[in-house]
Design a protein around this ligand. Structure first.
Ligand code: SAM
Length: 269
């Protein structure tokens, strides 16, 4: 380990400043600077399998209209469109949308990508299904704002429309939680420091990417943690019924040993 890296690690571990992160998710530089971590090749490769599972769990029919809430660089929107679904991808990050639009155009896919906040975007009784995948929910300290995003899903679904929500469950995190981690990547070191904010029921995380070329990138973010019961209650209160909770996209049971907390819920009227 070089002296430079040792210093960076030391300052990272000693660093404070956990409070007042505000609406961190509106900061485009976070999404841009950590794109390579968030959307690694390994993660992208899982997309076709994930879409297979969406089709099964949401009982999708060819031609169904699908809302991809927080569509990111469009990996699921693109794969769904390739399979004949009519997709709207909604995301707040302009650069991600640009990349998604370019990919769609190159493949001749007709996908609507909208730059909007999921707390605002809705289209009444329009979609057959909606996905919110890969911890794209619960970013706000104000729980009413988080709930607004789910209310918008409910309004946007047709009666009997289904919603798939994928988050990190509190029960699962309890089992695997560590305060910090360090990974060696192809082009540098990646550090993560975590803190549970009991006052807000949120996980705060600090990421630092120390590239071999000397570049250093650091950001903080946080998201709400939910138990199975809390997710059920939230979805019920918004108006969803027939709520099924899984521990993985394979449909396995949720529990401490699960990998994710995946809820599939249906709108009745
Ligand atoms: C972890 S990424 C997941 C992307 C995508 N679902 C996937 O699995 O590839 C989270 C995404 O949420 C978007 N995002 C965060 N807050 C948002 C908001 N309030 N409204 C719309 N998009 C938001 C970010 O721009 C980012 O693309």
């Amino acid at each position: 380990m070089t002296e430079h890296l040792k210093d960076e690690l030391k300052s990272f571990k000693a660093g404070s400043g956990w409070l007042n992160m505000g609406r961190w998710f509106e900061d485009e530089s976070f999404w841009e600077e950590f794109k390579q971590i968030l959307f690694s090749e390994e993660r992208i490769k899982k997309t076709p399998y994930q879409v297979d599972r969406f089709i099964e769990l949401l009982d999708l029919k060819r031609g169904d209209k699908i809302l991809d809430q927080c569509s990111g660089i469009g990996r699921h929107s693109l794969e769904l469109a390739r399979r004949g679904y009519e997709v709207t991808g909604v995301d707040i990050t302009g650069k991600y949308l640009k990349e998604a639009r370019e990919k769609a155009e190159n493949e001749g896919l007709n996908i609507e990508f909208v730059q909007a906040d999921i707390r605002d975007f809705k289209r009444d009784n329009f979609y057959d299904a909606c996905i919110n995948f890969y911890t794209s929910f619960g970013y706000s300290e104000d729980e009413d704002e988080n709930i607004k995003a789910i209310e918008n899903v409910h309004s946007s679904l047709k009666p009997k429309g289904k919603f798939l929500l994928d988050v990190m469950g509190k029960e699962v995190l309890d089992e695997i939680y560590t305060d910090e981690d360090l990974w060696r990547l192809d082009d540098g070191y990646f550090l993560e420091k975590r803190k549970i904010r009991d006052d807000l029921d949120m996980l705060e995380s600090k990421w630092k990417f120390i590239k071999d070329n000397g570049e250093v990138k650091e950001h903080k973010f946080m998201y709400k943690l939910y138990t199975e019961e809390e997710i059920r209650k939230l979805l019920k209160e918004v108006g969803f019924e027939e709520i099924n909770i899984y521990g993985d996209l394979d449909g396995s049971r949720y529990g401490k040993q699960a990998s994710r907390l995946i809820a599939v819920a249906q709108k009745q009227i």
